[in-house]
Design a protein around this ligand. Structure first.
Ligand SMILES: *[C@@H]1O[C@H](CO)[C@@H](O)[C@H](O)[C@H]1NC(C)=O
Ligand SMILES: *[C@@H]1O[C@H](CO)[C@@H](O)[C@H](O)[C@H]1NC(C)=O
Ligand SMILES: *[C@@H]1O[C@H](CO)[C@@H](O)[C@H](O)[C@H]1NC(C)=O
Ligand SMILES: *[C@@H]1O[C@H](CO)[C@@H](O)[C@H](O)[C@H]1NC(C)=O
Ligand SMILES: *[C@@H]1O[C@H](CO)[C@@H](O)[C@H](O)[C@H]1NC(C)=O
Length: 222
């Protein structure tokens, strides 16, 4: 072989290798940035602290033992948890450590607390506008399940929607009070996901596993 050609091809190989190493280094730097954009503040944040003021009872929503009630004067913080990047969200009370879900039969539907809901589709809410500054909260599974409380703070069950009816008391009307704490945006996410990581992995619902990046490759047995 011609010695010149050999030297040139060696030089080419070396410079190609250098370029390659440089590219790997650069891409390494680029990709080592924050992966969990969801943990940052803003509208894309999937887990947010908020209080829910019910217009009829003039009190805030919470889980109380086996009941969902609107009975506290202070703005009790719940977490809203966006699932599947949709407009639907879960409601979670961090004090009771329970989700708010629907239980229904042919005629009525009521809210019940659940530690780890089997059917997450019954725990997904959406916000619909009502008259004025208020909103109402319905089940995405069946929009005729509407969150509704009486003036004494107990659930109003099995009555037809009366939002259109003009009255002083609006059982289905809520005001959402954002409790976002600007100082640390990831703390709500971390708080919720730490709780979910304490549940046996195979029992955690897929949507929550994804949200909290709980690995499910190890525990696939059931
Ligand atoms: C609700 O909580 C905020 C702080 O998170 C507080 O500033 C505000 O006064 C509270 N409002 C009521 C009605 O308790
Ligand atoms: C979320 O999406 C997955 C598929 O991507 C689907 O199987 C699941 O039912 C969805 N969950 C809800 C609560 O919509
Ligand atoms: C939704 O709930 C109402 C009232 O319980 C019921 O009449 C209706 O059949 C339900 N719709 C679906 C799609 O399940
Ligand atoms: C916001 O952060 C401050 C300081 O860390 C804390 O005292 C306060 O309770 C937080 N408020 C909420 C609503 O989490
Ligand atoms: C935010 O809170 C998390 C715990 O929830 C903590 O690990 C982190 O250091 C905090 N960040 C700041 C900037 O305070």
């Amino acid at each position: 072989m011609n010695p010149y050609v050999s030297t040139i091809s060696q030089l080419l190989v070396v410079s190609a290798l250098r370029t390659l190493i440089l590219m790997v280094l650069i891409s390494g730097v680029v990709h080592s940035g924050p992966v969990h954009h969801q943990k940052t503040c803003g509208d894309l944040q999937p887990i947010k602290p908020a209080a829910f003021y019910n217009s009829c009872s003039k009190k805030y929503l919470r889980v109380n033992n086996k009941d969902i009630v609107a009975d506290t004067d202070t703005n009790n913080t719940l977490f809203t948890i966006t699932v599947n990047n949709s407009h639907g969200f879960l409601l979670f009370d961090p004090i009771a450590n329970m989700f708010v879900c629907w239980k229904y039969n042919k005629k009525t539907s009521r809210l019940v607390p659940k530690r780890n809901p089997k059917d997450i589709s019954l725990c997904i809410f959406e916000e619909l506008p009502t008259d004025g500054a208020y909103t109402k909260y319905v089940s995405t599974k069946n929009r005729s399940y509407v969150m509704s409380f009486k003036s004494n703070g107990q659930q109003r069950i099995g009555k037809k929607s009366n939002v259109k009816k003009r009255s002083k008391c609006q059982p289905e009307a809520f005001m959402r009070v954002s409790k976002q704490n600007g100082s640390n945006c990831s703390s709500t996410y971390n708080d919720f996901c730490e709780r979910m990581k304490r549940i046996k992995r195979h029992k955690v619902r897929e949507e929550i596993r994804q949200l909290c990046a709980i690995d499910n490759s190890v525990h696939r047995k059931n």
